[in-house]
Design a protein. Structure first.
Length: 367
């Protein structure tokens, strides 16, 4: 009897100990689901491998790929490799490609008010337009405008104040501009036409040949860094400043809205932040390279550096301000908000820069 009871107790004990087993821990991690790879194409308005503006999109694509650990892979094409330079806007808007890099004044025939987001004659400098875009409400207005065209814009760089251009005769008065055919885009070109010249809108890759063959008589491009690379000193003798037509042109990265909306938030943030880094670097590059290039143009190639006469600049400035108002459709509510925002910001920043930027530069230049 005792043996029977002991056996029964043992069976009960064994049953209570072995009824439920704890899971055994292992060092194996659950395999992560493969992340989606986005393969995009970017077209640009610039010749392939152009120093500065042409390299910036390539740099941007590399940074985006690195920052995204390869999840967003962008192949960059120069002007004409997929679409002509001046058709970048349409190609991205229609979804032919996902991205583009260029300048908003190239599309002035389609979106006149877009020129406010690149450069206006006697308008904002690079420092000033960045202030308007990022802290003055400009970016929100820019995105609202481009949404109508199925696009998302991102600031894509700046060259700083440009040069007035290349001429084969001296400019002593407005009469010297009459009848002249000049490559000059945007509102600056319309101003040039108003004073009696003929403005021609050519992509960069066509400038040298057009000057060489007499299709145009004069041209502006960017500044010494790019103009030297283009060899413009070989087709023109006089190099004039200042670049009243482009005091601080903001370049743009444009993205097809449907493609943008298809990106997860972290990749959208990577695109925006990579663009900011490249934008800052591009302006620094032009600031660092322009002086050495100018010295080479003048000292080695014998270019005649000239300043536009004060009275010529005064007359062009007056016409420019009037024409800036003319491109604003009075019946377009958004266009008027863009104009009012720009002008209000401009008035404020110019007032402050009188006692800061200008005052300091004048003091530094004083004997």
């Amino acid at each position: 009897m005792m043996l029977r009871n002991l056996t029964l107790s043992l069976l009960i004990l064994l049953g209570s100990c072995g009824g439920t087993q704890e899971p055994v821990a292992t060092d194996r991690a659950t395999p992560a689901a493969p992340q989606k790879i986005y393969e995009w194409r970017m077209v640009t308005t610039w010749p392939k491998n152009l120093p500065g503006m042409g390299i910036a999109p390539e740099t941007m694509a590399k940074k985006i790929k690195t920052m995204s650990n390869g999840r967003l892979d962008i192949k960059v094409y120069g002007a004409g490799e997929i679409v002509p330079a001046l058709e970048v806007f349409e190609a991205v808007s229609q979804g032919t490609v996902q991205m583009g890099h260029g300048a908003a004044y190239y599309w002035k025939g389609k979106v006149p008010i877009a020129q406010f987001f690149t450069a206006l004659p006697f308008g904002l400098t690079a420092q000033e337009i960045n202030g308007w875009l990022f802290h003055g409400g400009g970016m929100e207005l820019w995105r609202e405008l481009y949404a109508k065209y199925n696009l998302v814009p991102v600031a894509g760089g700046n060259t700083g104040v440009q040069m007035a251009g290349w001429f084969n005769k001296e400019i002593n008065s407005l009469d010297d501009l009459k009848g002249m055919k000049m490559r000059i885009p945007g509102l600056g070109g319309e101003v040039f036409s108003r004073v009696g010249g003929t403005a021609v809108n050519l992509p960069g890759g066509e400038i040298f040949t057009s000057m060489q063959t007499g299709v145009i008589d004069a041209t502006e491009w960017v500044g010494p860094y790019n103009d030297l690379a283009f060899g413009l000193h070989q087709v023109a003798k006089y190099y004039y400043y200042p670049g009243w037509q482009e005091p601080g042109p903001n370049l743009e990265l444009i993205i097809n809205k449907e493609a943008w909306d298809g990106l997860p938030p972290d990749l959208q943030a990577i695109v925006e932040n990579a663009s900011l880094v490249v934008s800052a670097d591009l302006l620094a590059e032009y600031t660092a390279r322009n002086n050495a290039a100018l010295r080479e143009l003048v000292d080695i190639h014998g270019v005649q550096l000239r300043q536009l006469p004060a009275d010529v600049l005064q007359k062009i400035r007056k016409i420019s301000y009037a024409m800036t108002e003319e491109i604003v459709d009075p019946d377009d509510e958004l266009a008027n908000r863009i104009y009012n925002s720009y002008q209000t910001y401009r008035d404020g920043v110019l007032s402050y820069h009188e006692i800061s930027e200008r005052a300091y530069i004048n003091a530094r230049a004083a004997e």
